[in-house]
Design a protein around this ligand. Structure first.
Ligand code: IDP
Ligand code: MG
Length: 155
């Protein structure tokens, strides 16, 4: 993979509540329609141990134990999306952490009410995206491919 800005990558997950509520297709479609490129995807029921690593920065928070338990309570869909500014745009497409502050039109703003059931995860910086992609995917699970319509997405 080159270091071109168009190959920035982010880790996006449909959390167990999003899977249960049948929102996987919608969330994938939003990223596809925006023009981003899907380079990795799998369904997985993650262990508490794995999620403690994923959310290590939040380990001192009072909601940490509940968060890890909820996130391991059912299968989630883990993805890597690629494209220009995908980390920042991905966060904008998700909405705010608290659905109350999420604008209609965003994923959380359209489909969620409660902070602890806010449907989706997205990396908050290019650095954390790199760490999260490494944590969730082996190199061999991430595809490098040319997309035929790139010239219709990028100038
Ligand atoms: P983010 O998912 O928008 O990046 P983080 O602060 O990284 O938000 O928190 C991770 C997840 O932990 C949130 O998506 C949310 O589900 C949950 N969470 C964050 N703050 C709270 C809280 O104050 N109460 C309950 N759950 C929370
Ligand atoms: Mg976060």
């Amino acid at each position: 993979m080159s270091d071109s800005p168009k190959t920035e990558r982010t880790f996006i997950a449909v959390k167990p509540d999003g899977v249960q509520r049948g929102l996987v297709g919608d969330i994938i479609a939003r990223f596809e329609k925006r023009g981003y490129k899907l380079v990795a995807l799998k369904m997985e029921q993650a262990t508490e141990e794995h999620l403690k690593k994923h959310y290590a920065d939040l380990s001192a928070k009072p909601f940490f134990a509940g968060l890890v338990k909820f996130m391991s309570s059912g299968p989630l869909v883990a993805m890597v999306w690629e494209g220009l500014d995908v980390v920042k745009q991905g966060r904008a497409m998700l909405g705010e952490t608290n659905p109350l502050n999420s604008k209609p039109g965003s994923i959380r703003g359209d489909y969620s009410i409660d902070m602890g059931r806010n449907i989706c995860h997205g990396s908050d910086s290019v650095e954390s995206a790199k760490k999260e992609i490494q944590l969730w995917f082996k190199d061999s699970e991430v595809s490098n491919y040319q997309r035929a319509n790139d010239c219709w997405v990028y100038e």
